[in-house]
Design a protein. Structure first.
Length: 398
């Protein structure tokens, strides 16, 4: 395999193999529909754990009785039944599997809770679970178990999995621990529960039961099945799985392994920002003045309130470059970048929103192409052999 072939991205590899990577039209659900799906998945989780469907009865656990009532309602409402029919691999929606308690008169979760002396929820919804928060906190994982089913177009992905395995064996790719704050994006590869997993699609954002933005994924596994699990659920599973790993892309290179402490390895993003400030010093040399930093989270979130933060010169910024890195110590990497560009540090003083003078850090008079060169040398481990000549705007031998 040629060097250029080794450095192809996963999407490029799929294209080369003749796979149509044009994403299919994504199915979007309303928040209510997402809650109905999540509620049905909780019932399925119960069935998987107990080997039977939830049942009514005073001797049963309150949560089992809630699940039983919810299942009755889903079966009785065509809009709910049609919504989850494609997920029902356990046959829970068929009439012959219905088990009703003789004399059971409860029509909803709310009525059952009221009988048990539990405050009913304000929203009358078959999947509104705020009233069971204590149990939900203990069983948070049940909300994330997506339904697995055979991947009908797996033949498109199998050659990619075979190539990835060859890359790992040859050392062109690495498998590294998944950071607790690690990101998941379309095209990423992981090892979870001993299986390789490819993130084929990331759905539209919706509000999860915990109030955070949530995303439904399409995850293809190397054993020929796929899952529609939630993003936060996959993050949790990868973090808790001792054998859970992120599979790096072949273009990532060695990525600074030599400076990372074993307990301090993680993933992160080097970001390069350009200020939109109308400060004379900035406006005169805008294309040469850049803020260089490292974050383990979203760059978009990091800069959300830039115009209120003296760190960002009390002005909005634009992202001009980002570089994803793995198996690094973010703190050490950021320190190395700032030391490397110290000769070009911008000397400027501004006032914060209270009129107090502030000297912002992490801003440098460095052309963007130089940042590109430095990142490449970080990747191949040769950065220690160079220094930055600020006057000549170039890298020179140390």
């Amino acid at each position: 395999m040629t060097d250029s072939k080794e450095r192809k991205s996963n999407k490029s590899l799929l294209e080369e193999l003749g796979v149509d990577i044009t994403p299919a039209k994504k199915v979007t659900h309303t928040p209510k529909e997402e809650r109905i799906i999540a509620g049905f998945e909780e019932i399925q989780r119960f069935v998987e754990e107990h080997g039977r469907q939830p049942q009514h009865g005073e001797g049963k656990d309150i949560f089992e009785r809630l699940y039983a009532t919810r299942l009755d309602r889903i079966r009785s409402l065509d809009e709910c039944k049609d919504l989850v029919a494609g997920l029902d691999h356990q046959g829970l929606l068929t009439a012959e599997n219905a088990i009703a308690e003789p004399g059971n008169e409860y029509k909803s979760d709310a009525e059952l809770l009221a009988e048990l002396g539990v405050e009913a929820p304000k929203e009358n919804d078959v999947t509104f679970l705020k009233h069971v928060k204590p149990r939900a906190e203990v069983r948070a994982a049940s909300d994330v178990i997506g339904q697995r089913k055979p991947c009908e177009d797996f033949e498109k992905f199998k050659p990619m999995f075979d190539s990835i395995q060859a890359d790992i064996k040859a050392g062109r790719r690495k498998t590294i621990p998944f950071a607790k704050d690690g990101t998941i994006e379309e095209g990423n590869l992981f090892i979870v529960s001993g299986q390789k997993a490819y993130i084929a699609e990331v759905g539209e954002a919706f509000t999860g039961t915990d109030g955070r933005n949530e995303y439904r994924l399409r995850v293809i596994f190397d054993n020929g099945v796929e899952s529609n699990q939630l993003m936060h659920s996959l993050q949790k599973r990868l973090w808790e799985d001792e054998a859970g790993r992120r599979i790096t892309d072949t273009s990532m290179g060695p990525l600074f392994d030599s400076i990372s402490d074993e307990e301090d390895t993680s993933s992160g993003t080097i970001y390069v920002l350009r200020s939109k400030s109308d400060h004379p010093i900035i406006s005169e040399r805008r294309n040469l003045i850049h803020k260089i930093g490292v974050t383990g989270g979203s760059v978009k979130t990091r800069i959300a309130n830039a115009k209120l933060d003296p760190t960002f010169l009390m002005a909005d910024v634009e992202v001009v470059a980002t570089y994803e890195l793995y198996n690094i110590s973010r703190t050490k990497l950021e320190n190395i970048l700032h030391r490397f560009f110290e000769p070009a540090k911008l000397d400027i003083q501004i006032k914060d929103r209270f009129g107090k003078p502030v000297i912002p850090r992490e801003w440098f008079l460095v052309p963007l192409f130089i940042v590109d060169e430095v990142v490449e040398k970080i990747k191949d481990g040769s950065i220690g052999e160079y220094r930055y000549d600020a006057k000549g705007a170039k890298l020179v031998s140390a």
